[in-house]
Design a protein around this ligand. Structure first.
Ligand SMILES: [Mg+2]
Length: 397
């Protein structure tokens, strides 16, 4: 398997830098873009000169005002203008890699795997991104390159502003270990104090705990996520913005249907179609939705969020069927029924099948089940989609 290489590009003090670029008289001065002093609201972005006073994004404007000297410039955000600059940047980045995922107005992930042949070593690709941005909009960006999104993002943050940090797969541990555990994502108001009370301060401290211990302290979901991240495991998928947000399948019946078994089978078929496509595209969804239409075009949608992301037919079907069953709809004639999956999640834990992680996972993705689906999908590919279906147990209920 070829080595994955993800680049994260993050503009430095984006709003403030645009203002300083467009108003040379603001250069070198503390500058705040955000709420008006004296009113409620927060700092959106501030210049590096303002950061020296301890001011940062999301700080209440009243506190920023107290800290900053009188010569500070306060501006209201000009979202239209910033949006235009953002579009210029994203277009420029597409010249480097066709796979650019904009994650915010001033941040993007690029999949640069295999681009070395075209551009050169990873450092050159990173430098190219910085140069292209500077030439296009006259702003500086910090760039991080790593084997997945988490590492790339932390790397871009590592030497701000105007930084370029490269973390290769064999350097991930050494890169993460000394960092404060607050760099891990999903450490919310609940988890952070728990880890703090346990005396954990750095990522290396967290790594010393087993998955089981972390789950005991933080719960299944947060414990698993923190464990993965502390080991540098994260998604390495970059989705261009044009990509679909969800996959769905629906059926309109020739005549209205009341037979529960037909509805059940139809949903099951739709789940197989949707699951197949999701697996082909390497996606795991966290949201399953149900769509149903009764006589007279009366249409309803229901959805639920899953504790564990999935692309498994039976799980998708089970969730959609539960959504149907939760309503008082049995016996009503159905004209259309369908389901969908979306809310894509990392598939990194599937990619990283080695190590002790899987042995300890109980509620995570089931590798055995994945193998079953791989086999089924391969057969389907060869003989057509109708050739094989996973049977479901029919239960009279
Ligand atoms: Mg930024």
């Amino acid at each position: 398997m070829s080595q994955r290489l993800i680049m994260h590009v993050d503009l430095d003090a984006f709003f403030a830098s645009i203002e300083q670029r467009d108003h040379p008289e603001y250069e070198g001065r503390p500058l705040v873009v955000g709420a008006e002093p004296g009113k409620r609201g927060v700092v959106a972005t501030c210049s590096y000169e303002a950061r020296r006073y301890g001011v940062h994004s999301a700080m209440p404007i009243s506190e920023a005002f107290r800290r900053l000297p009188p010569e500070t410039i306060y501006l209201r955000p000009d979202i239209t203008r910033y949006g235009e600059v953002s579009r210029q940047i994203m277009t420029a980045l597409e010249a480097i890699s066709p796979v650019v995922e904009k994650v915010s107005v001033d941040e993007a992930f690029l999949d640069i795997s295999g681009m070395e042949r075209l551009i050169g070593p990873p450092e050159s690709i990173g430098r190219r991104a910085k140069t292209v941005i500077h030439q296009t909009v006259g702003l500086t960006a910090s760039v991080g390159i790593g084997p997945n999104r988490l590492i790339a993002k932390l790397a871009s943050d590592y030497q701000k502003p105007d930084g370029l940090t490269l973390v290769m797969a064999d350097q991930v541990g050494a890169f993460l270990d000394p960092q404060p555990l607050t760099v891990l994502r999903g450490l919310g108001v609940k988890s952070a104090p728990i880890l703090h009370r346990l005396g954990l301060r750095t990522v290396a401290d967290v790594r010393r705990l087993t998955l089981r211990e972390l789950r005991q302290h933080l719960g299944e979901l947060a414990g698993t996520k923190i464990h993965e991240q502390a080991h540098g495991i994260a998604s390495d998928r970059v989705h261009s913005d044009s990509e679909r947000k969800s996959i769905s399948k629906e059926t309109t019946f020739g005549q209205d249907i009341t037979d529960q078994e037909v509805l059940r089978d139809t949903l099951h078929w739709a789940a197989q179609e949707v699951g197949y496509i999701a697996r082909q595209e390497g996606r795991l969804g966290t949201t399953v939705s149900l769509k149903i239409r009764f006589q007279g075009f009366e249409t309803h949608s229901r959805s639920r969020t899953l504790p564990t992301p999935t692309a498994a037919d039976l799980e998708i079907f089970r969730q959609a069927w539960a959504l149907y069953r939760a309503e008082d709809w049995q016996g009503r004639p159905v004209r259309l029924i369908g389901l969908g999956i979306g809310g894509w999640e990392s598939t990194a834990s599937q990619a990283v099948c080695q190590g002790d992680l899987f042995d300890e996972m109980t509620s995570g993705p089931d590798p055995k089940q994945d193998r079953i689906y791989e086999t089924l999908d391969a057969i389907s590919e060869k003989f057509g989609r109708q050739s094989m279906r996973l049977g479901i147990r029919r239960r009279k209920d």
